[in-house]
Design a protein around this ligand. Structure first.
Ligand SMILES: Cc1ncc(C[n+]2csc(CCOP(=O)(O)OP(=O)(O)O)c2C)c(N)n1
Ligand SMILES: [Mg+2]
Length: 817
């Protein structure tokens, strides 16, 4: 009988303990449900902006929480409030604080109001940004909203256990793992399994054989769209059957269970955890027959798309309703012939339900009061400031009107406060009295506070922030040792792998052959298949592996074979990696290094440099564009001493050029956010980066012959750009600016213009119109001629510089055309 299975698998609890556990579970489910019901009301009455809740998914989450151990990681989505509550990682009050968007990490530990409710996270880092002991706590990687966006990272979270179990040098990484026994648990809705990255993750985890338990919460819908439009055969477990392991082949353990069957669920989850934890075999649990009692979210009502039969079925099969009747019906005969029951009468459950209701309603009130009290204080201060400036101002009538308007807002927010204060300031702009300063200071403080609330922790603000790390020059032996530049890369990676046992390098062709350009030649043989490895062709999950492993204390270097193929990974870089620190207000980090190579080959998909697109999508990461391999290697050495995620773009045409081999491999460093003047000059400041610099240097020689002396700046680092504002100093000298970029018009060059002219105030030193020289507005055509006509050439650079000088001095520099 299933009931007996549950009891025996509950590690020989006495019946009373078991009873207590069941009733406690039921109470958590009820509390969670009440949160969903009241949460929806809060949105519909306008107190919160948007709500998406976990109603209808409570019972399987209770079972998952039981199997989830300290050290484990969750990578899930917005339905998982019950799971978080069952672990003790989310209280009802915190749930509402999140719904209201309370900008305080104490009130809303998930994201301090930065994310909408239903996006869950735990804290991996302490107040100083240092790692906590992750093996001693339950861990939830921070949720993101794009459906299936949690999948790539899940792969890495699971893979970290495999690495910790099998890489000998990491035996003592006790903050992160206990012999690799941690399971990574994914949750995803049935409809979101239609996304490509879901399938990519499933396949990769099967190949890698990592301890991942994938849970699909199946309610047959994705918003209004039924499973028949989402999934072949309307069943994800059915179509994934080929992944089932057998005697001959590795694969998955696939389990199907009904989401309302508490007893079965507990059994299934125990089994799944054991397989994943002990054997490192991925498990997929398809949890069927779940419901959405209130529909998808607060944005609509499911009566519009579910027919009466379905709605009736959902009521009957509501997992809490089912659990309730199971509790009421449960009877067991003990050894003495006595009948054991969970409750003597329904009244007991009704009492418990009322308690849950009261608990949630108080939690909601407390969360709202805590949220509003802070603002009420601000309103009070503002009203008195307005009154005091009104008493002195000749515009008092207008100011008092603003005061009255603020006073009558029943539930004011911070925006209302600042609107009133800032508008009032305009009325006294021509007046002088002491109260004016008080108002000005108040406004400035509130704007600063807003920055702290909503704009900090974009990049690391800890001692490990990479921009704090100084450069360290490469050292060369007395005999000149010129080598193919890829050798510098290889030998530096060798030094890195030796120095940091937590470093892993992986990507397409990165393992056995040592990458397509031999920058990792021989390193797999030396450091083993776990640390230097080949991956499938699957850019999004290569990044996901990196994100997940970096979140568990490893230092992955994920290789994307060519820059042009980064676009497959850009979504996950943009949505997950770049926002991680920001969306957790500095409580989680993933200092992943992404290595790729680009610029300047020939062909639409082999020579791209879509830098504008990239830098605008990955704010929160560093984007580094070294001009040669020594610079690139120096960046890796710097990044490993810091804790920011970064993308390093090596020059594809630079591996076979000669560079001198430094002796301090693994130690020399390229500073991040610093430019380098690679040629001094007095006439024009020419700003560029990466492979294009070689062309600029060539053009410089030719320009010298016509008496034009350009200064060349290698910006080296696009994000962050020139933190010490050195570029403008060059413009102070030359008074002219040319930006050479192989991105499209208005791409990275527009970004650089804004940085130099606006942020560095370069505009005031210019005697000529600033100029950007870019590629054409299309992908570069194939072949040498395709390149010549698509991207800036030496002649283009020469003529652009010459034209600037012609305009400045037409007598000396006669027009070329
Ligand atoms: C990439 C992306 N596309 C669309 C959406 C909008 N969206 C949010 S939830 C959702 C449906 C998800 O359904 P399912 O995966 O079955 O989860 P459920 O909500 O049913 O639990 C959609 C389309 C989104 N968040 N992300
Ligand atoms: Mg669904």
């Amino acid at each position: 009988m299933t009931q007996n299975t549950a009891i025996s698998s509950s590690t020989e609890l006495s019946f009373n303990d078991f009873r207590e556990e069941v009733l406690n579970d039921y109470k958590i489910a009820r509390i969670s449900r009440e949160c969903s019901l009241l949460g929806r009301r809060e949105v519909l009455t306008g107190k919160a902006k948007f709500g998406i809740f976990g109603d209808g998914k409570e019972v399987p989450q209770l079972a998952m929480a039981k199997a989830f151990q300290k050290g484990d990681f969750r990578s899930g989505y917005y339905r998982d409030q019950t799971f978080m509550m069952a672990l003790g990682e989310l209280t009802a009050q915190q749930f509402f604080a999140g719904l209201y968007g309370h900008p305080s990490i104490e009130a809303d530990p998930m994201s301090a109001g930065r994310q909408m409710g239903g996006h869950f996270a735990t804290h991996s880092l302490d107040e100083n940004g240092d790692w906590k002991n992750l093996t001693k706590q339950y861990n939830s990687s921070a949720d993101i909203s794009p459906t299936a966006g949690q999948m790539p990272r899940l792969l890495g979270l699971a893979q970290a256990s495999k690495i910790y179990r099998n890489v000998k040098e990491l035996e003592n990484a006790s903050n992160f793992s206990t012999k690799g026994n941690e399971v990574a648990w994914g949750t995803i809705g049935n409809a979101s399994t239609s996304e490509g990255i879901f399938f990519e993750t499933i396949n990769a985890a099967g190949v890698l054989q990592v301890p991942m338990v994938m849970n699909i919460w199946d309610d047959e819908y994705g918003i209004s769209v039924h499973a028949k439009y989402q999934t072949t055969k309307e069943s994800i477990s059915e179509i994934l059957k080929g992944f089932q392991r057998d005697e001959k082949n590795n694969g998955y353990e696939i389990i199907v269970v009904n989401g309302w069957d508490y007893v079965q669920l507990i059994d299934v989850y125990n089994r799944a955890a054991k397989i994943a934890r002990e054997e490192h075999i991925p498990v997929l649990i398809h949890v069927k027959e779940l419901t959405q009692p209130q529909g998808h979210s607060t944005s609509g009502s499911h009566e519009r798309y579910k027919d009466a039969n379905r709605l009736k079925w959902e009521q009957e099969f509501d997992c809490i309703v089912k659990m309730r009747s199971w509790i009421l019906d449960f009877e067991l005969e003990d050894g003495n012939g006595e009948t054991l029951k969970f409750v003597n009468s329904e009244e007991e459950l009704i009492f418990l339900e009322k308690e849950a209701k009261k608990h949630v309603s108080a939690a909601k009130r407390n969360a709202w009061d805590a949220y509003l009290d802070e603002i009420k204080d601000e309103v009070k201060i503002t009203l008195s400031l307005l009154e005091s400036v009104a008493s002195k101002s000749s515009n008092s009538a207008f100011i008092l009107k603003l005061k009255n308007e603020l006073e009558t807002i029943a539930e004011p927010i911070r925006k209302d406060v600042l609107i009133a204060a800032r508008k009032a300031l305009r009325y006294i702009k021509d007046e002088t009295f002491t109260e004016k300063a008080a108002l000005q200071n108040f406004i400035k403080n509130k704007i600063n506070q807003g920055f702290d609330f909503f704009s900090t922790h974009l990049v690391s603000e800890t001692e490990l922030a990479t921009t704090n790390i100084s450069s360290e020059a490469p050292i060369y032996s007395s005999e000149k040792n010129l080598v193919d530049a890829r050798v510098i890369m290889r030998d530096n990676f060798d030094a890195i792998l030796k120095k940091y046992p937590e470093v892993l390098i992986f990507g397409e062709d990165a393992g056995f052959i040592g990458d397509v350009n031999q920058g990792l030649e021989g390193l797999q043989e030396k450091y083993g298949e776990l640390r230097v490895s080949d991956t499938g062709i699957r850019e999004a999950t290569i990044i996901g592996q990196g994100i997940g492993m970096a979140m568990r204390g490893l230092r992955p270097i994920a290789e994307i074979q060519y820059l042009d193929y980064l676009l497959y990974a850009l979504q996950i870089m943009s949505d997950d990696l770049a926002t991680l620190r920001y969306r957790t207000v500095g409580k989680q980090k993933a200092p992943l290094i992404i290595r790729t190579r680009g610029h300047r080959l020939e062909g639409i998909w082999h020579s791209g440099s879509p830098m504008g697109g990239i830098i605008n999508n990955v704010r929160g990461m560093h984007v580094l564009v070294p001009r040669n391999m020594t610079k690139a290697a120096g960046f890796y050495n710097t990044l490993l001493e810091g804790d920011d995620p970064a993308l390093v773009i090596e020059c594809l045409n630079g591996y076979r050029l000669k560079e001198e081999l430094p002796t301090n491999l693994g130690d020399f460093k390229t500073a991040i956010g610093e430019i380098e003047i690679i040629k001094e000059g007095k006439d024009i400041t020419v700003v560029s980066y990466g492979s294009t610099l070689k062309l600029v240097e060539e053009a410089a020689k030719e320009l010298q012959q016509v008496d034009i002396d350009i200064e060349i700046i290698d910006i080296q680092s696009l994000l962050p750009f020139d933190i010490n504002h050195e570029t403008v100093k060059s413009i102070v000298k030359t008074n002219r600016l040319l930006i050479v970029d192989e991105d499209v018009p208005g791409g990275a060059s527009a970004y650089l213009l804004q940085e130099i002219l606006e942020n560095q105030n370069g505009y005031q030193y210019l005697d000529s119109k600033p100029k950007t020289l870019t590629s054409k507005a299309h992908r570069p055509a194939y072949g040498t001629d395709g390149d010549y006509f698509s991207k800036p050439s030496v002649e283009d650079i020469f003529e652009a510089a010459y034209k600037i000088m012609h305009e400045a001095n037409p007598t000396k520099y006669k027009s070329l055309y």
